[in-house]
Ligand binder design. Sequence first.
Ligand code: 13P
Length: 247
Amino acid sequence: MPRIVVGNWKMHKTAAQTAAFLDVFLPQVTALPPAIEVVLAPPFTAIPEAARRLHGTRVRLGAQTMHWELEGAFTGEISAPMLLELGVTHVILGHSERRALFNETDHAVNLKVHTALEQGLTPIIALGETLAERKAGTTDDRVVAQSHAALKGVSGDALRRVIIAYEPIWAIGTGENCDPGEADRVMGTIRASRTELADTPILYGGSMTPSNVGAYAERPNVNGGLVGGASLDPEGFARLIANAVRS
Ligand code: 13P
């Protein structure tokens, strides 16, 4: 299974800043080995600029969310056909910031996963426990429930096109990354919760850096990373990718 590294820029970088990032980043990732896939998920407004620059490279283009309907009266929303037209191949769904700050429910995530798969986008389904859930010992129940809910009604070939990202909420943007062995254990629990997830790529996210990525990449249930802050600096992100390949 290839390693997958996804950069989630969240609400960072204008189109001009994206161009400046790629001027430095792309020359450093020209010789990616086939065993690694890299996806960049800039804000919507920077996607056209990123698409132009990524054309002909091995770096794929992702979006950070989308609506489940294909069109309609949904002010401010973006649909799968709009993303596909720009060359987007991946879409992050159910990020904890979307869930906590924009009321995205398990049901909405499930609708989006179905639409993404029907439209030919690869969903990157984000899930993870809060600090309170971890302290209460309900981490495993929480992530398995989120995974089941997101994948309700998805089976067969479609299920093989899904990527899952385990992002403990307390580790996001805090510098307190989850211990790699513990992340691997939780990710193994997610994998074991449904037989068809045996070969599903599961990524770790939460304060991943160029220096700690290797400790995750060598774990059996970790197939890559969903990277926030450390994906914003072109040299640092290229180094993180190189270290993910090396280990
Ligand atoms: P950080 O890497 O900044 O902790 O963010 C992780 C994340 O939320 C990626 O989606």
